[in-house]
Design a protein. Structure first.
Length: 141
């Protein structure tokens, strides 16, 4: 009986942990989509609130801190974007990495940026909120 109780408790704990992981994975996926949508909708204040204070972005043009990232996204005009399947990996309970492909139709600073790209973001939990700590993307060849 003791063995059965131990196995039941272990199974319940595993199911609960998996449930929390699934809900956090959904939260990260939704947050990443919301970041892209806020840029498309030109809701830059909402986008800025998604960034961690110590945010870094790495691009061919250089390395951005949060203030430069917000400034740069203001020059983006998305007609559309489609995010591919996202792969979310938790590095610990408060840090997640998401990788995916994105198809973009739009311009940045008047220059056409349409096409496929690969992207990665790191999200960290601050209190109850997930914030973007790192982002990078590159055009697919």
């Amino acid at each position: 009986m003791k063995k059965l109780l131990t196995l039941t408790a272990t199974a319940l704990f595993a199911l609960t942990a998996a449930s929390f992981a699934a809900s956090d994975k959904d939260a990260i996926t939704a947050a990443e989509k919301n970041a892209w949508q806020s840029i498309k909708d030109k809701k830059f204040d909402a986008f800025q609130k998604m960034l961690a204070a110590d945010f870094r972005g790495v691009y061919a043009s250089g390395i951005n801190k949060a203030d430069q990232e917000v400034k740069d996204v203001k020059s983006i005009d998305f007609k559309s974007f489609t995010l591919g399947e996202m792969d979310v990996v938790f590095l610990d309970k408060d840090c997640a990495m998401v990788t995916y492909q994105v198809t973009i139709e739009g311009t940045e600073g008047g220059k056409d940026i349409s096409g496929k790209a690969y992207a990665a973001s790191f999200w960290k939990k601050e209190g109850n909120d997930w914030r973007i700590a790192f982002h990078t993307d590159m055009k697919a060849e």
